[in-house]
Design a protein around this ligand. Structure first.
Ligand SMILES: [Zn+2]
Ligand SMILES: [Zn+2]
Length: 557
């Protein structure tokens, strides 16, 4: 286990220390109690339901939960006693200079997000304190030291070590990622409340282990996403969570688009149902979806090109009206590459959408349609070939955000996966050179579908309620589901009973034959049986049937 290995190496390198502390212990349910699991009377104001860490009435902070008068265990009301417990502490004070040196270098080289830098620097400025990394719990990773049999590694110590552990579960070659700092760059994505675990404690443990670890390169910490002018709250049932998102039936790419477009990279952002629906209808569908669909439909039309890129299309002889647009697209693409390199994912997706819009612009400014194909076939071929290549480019630049959509685009174009071009690739400008004359494309299909505007109120009502309302709704839904399940089960039971009846009849027939040889029908009262007799399973149903049979079967003579 990797977390135990890191622990042992820190221990061997003198970076862990043991300390014995007094902690409240409940002899009734045999557990050490966290401070807030001790309750009693506040020694300052006399409030009877004060917690071991703090009195909610007068705000008094307690140094020792057993300072409460008449302390009691929150679980069972027993009186806690003082008991000594031994724990291991990570010597962060000792590690501080090395951590400081590392973060200075990494935040500069990796271009950390601003909040990541500020939070890390303030932690280091305050001065790191040694921290306990074991706990008296039964669930977790066992501590690899004698005398720690009822203790586990504390979650904040082993949580980040979980990243290499997950890789090791996936492949035995995990070291090629995690012990390969020259060839691997580690990018980490997290909410700002988790910054110190990734920027201070994890690197500290890695360095302290003495192994050659791949360490944090870029840290991307986000601010908070709020919900309809309030806060997401799982406990109060406010907001939309992973399972709810699935229940709405809206495809994952639509969620990904909206959430990336609203990624709280520089400040808090809002989740709003109205805007969520608008981003599907007015952006994904109206811009990207229509652009792709319009062109692929047109090319497939027998009146136009019968599904092939026109044979007169050549990327090297395009009219100036197109090359002007191409230099605009090149600019956007360069901006896109710079933003993606800096992990500004929000700007990245906005720029990708601008590139799709430029494609729409090309079609509109040239009025590409059957009339143009008829009246100016050379120009029509140039526009068509260019926008088909641009659609292919879209399948690359949207790929990190909309993987299912991009797979569909590739299928419609009948093309393989396309890498995002590099800055060198487009040093002389982006050119429509992937797909050439006569390439046969696939059939059109819709990338997105419209979401009805009325859904905004419906979903807001569904996921905005207080806990009580949501619980009621969930209960109602569960009741309906239970009724359905019950009637299904009944039908199944009937069917099974019919089947069982047939099986039983066979067994019973066999028994009747047997009884004729001198046995008794009821197993429990069975007289001496003959050897080799087949024993009958004695389920309740079976007994009933057998009893019934015995009433109509003549006793043996
Ligand atoms: Zn207790
Ligand atoms: Zn008080």
């Amino acid at each position: 286990m990797i977390s135990q290995d890191v622990f042992k190496k820190l221990w061997d390198n003198g970076l862990l220390e043991e300390k014995t502390t007094d902690q409240p212990y409940c002899e009734s349910h045999n557990k050490f109690l966290a401070d807030r699991f001790v309750e009693g009377t506040c020694p300052t104001c006399g409030y009877e339901d004060a917690r071991g860490d703090q009195c909610d009435k007068c705000g008094n902070l307690l140094d020792d939960p057993l300072d409460l008068i008449n302390p009691r265990c929150k679980v069972d009301g027993a009186t806690p006693v003082r008991r000594q417990t031994k724990h291991t502490f990570l010597r962060l004070e000792e590690l501080q200079p090395r951590i400081e040196e590392f973060t200075k270098l990494s935040e500069e080289k990796g271009g950390w997000s601003k909040n990541g830098r500020i939070i890390t620097e303030s932690w280091l400025k305050k001065g790191l304190k040694n921290r306990g990394i074991t706990r008296d719990l039964s669930w977790g990773v066992p501590v690899p030291l004698p005398g720690y049999e009822n203790k586990v590694l504390y979650v904040w110590f082993e949580a980040c070590i979980g990243y290499p552990s997950i890789t090791a579960n996936y492949t035995t070659k995990w070291s090629q990622w995690w012990h390969n700092p020259d060839q691997v760059k580690l990018y980490q994505f997290l909410g700002k409340d988790n910054v110190p675990f990734h920027s201070v404690i994890f690197p500290g443990c890695q360095m302290g282990s003495g192994d050659n670890w791949t360490m944090l390169h870029h840290l991307s910490a986000t601010e908070y996403l709020n919900y309809e002018n309030g806060k997401f709250s799982k406990s109060r049932g406010v907001g939309v969570f992973g399972n709810n998102a699935k229940d709405t039936g809206v495809p994952p790419d639509v969620w990904r688009y909206y959430l990336m477009k609203n990624r709280p990279e520089t400040g808090d952002t809002q989740f709003e149902w109205r805007a969520f629906i608008d981003s599907n209808n007015n952006e994904l569908l109206a811009k990207l979806g229509n652009f792709v669909n319009r062109v692929i439909k047109l090319v497939n039309s027998p009146k136009a090109y019968n599904g092939a890129i026109p044979d007169s299309f050549s990327a090297s002889s395009l009219p100036i009206s197109i090359t002007t647009s191409l230099s605009e697209i090149t600019d956007l693409l360069n901006q896109y590459l710079a933003e993606m390199e800096a992990v500004h994912l929000r700007s990245g997706i906005l720029l990708a959408m601008k590139i799709a819009e430029a494609g729409n612009g090309l079609i509109q400014s040239h009025r590409l349609d059957n009339a143009l194909i008829l009246n100016d076939p050379a120009l029509a071929a140039s526009v068509t070939g260019t926008v088909l290549n641009l659609i292919y480019l879209c399948s690359a630049i949207f790929e990190p955000y909309l993987p299912a959509t991009c797979a569909s685009i590739r299928e419609q174009l009948a093309v393989p996966f396309l890498q995002i071009p590099s800055e060198e690739d487009i040093a002389n400008g982006w050119k429509p050179i992937y797909l050439q004359a006569d390439h046969k494309i696939g059939k059109p299909s819709y990338l997105f579908s419209r979401i009805d505007d009325s859904k905004a109120d419906y979903w807001r009502d569904m996921y905005g309620g207080n806990q009580e309302e949501r619980r009621k709704k969930e209960e109602q839904a569960a009741e309906i589901a239970a009724k359905k399940a019950a009637s299904k089960a009944k039908a199944k039971e009937k069917k099974a009973a019919r089947k069982e009846g047939v099986a039983l009849k066979k067994v019973v027939d066999a028994k009747i034959v047997e009884t004729e040889k001198g046995g008794m029908i009821n197993g429990e009262k069975a007289a001496p049986r003959e050897e080799g007799e087949v024993r009958v399973e004695e389920g309740e149903a079976m007994k009933e049937v057998l009893d019934g049979v015995s009433q109509v079967t003549l006793p043996p003579s």
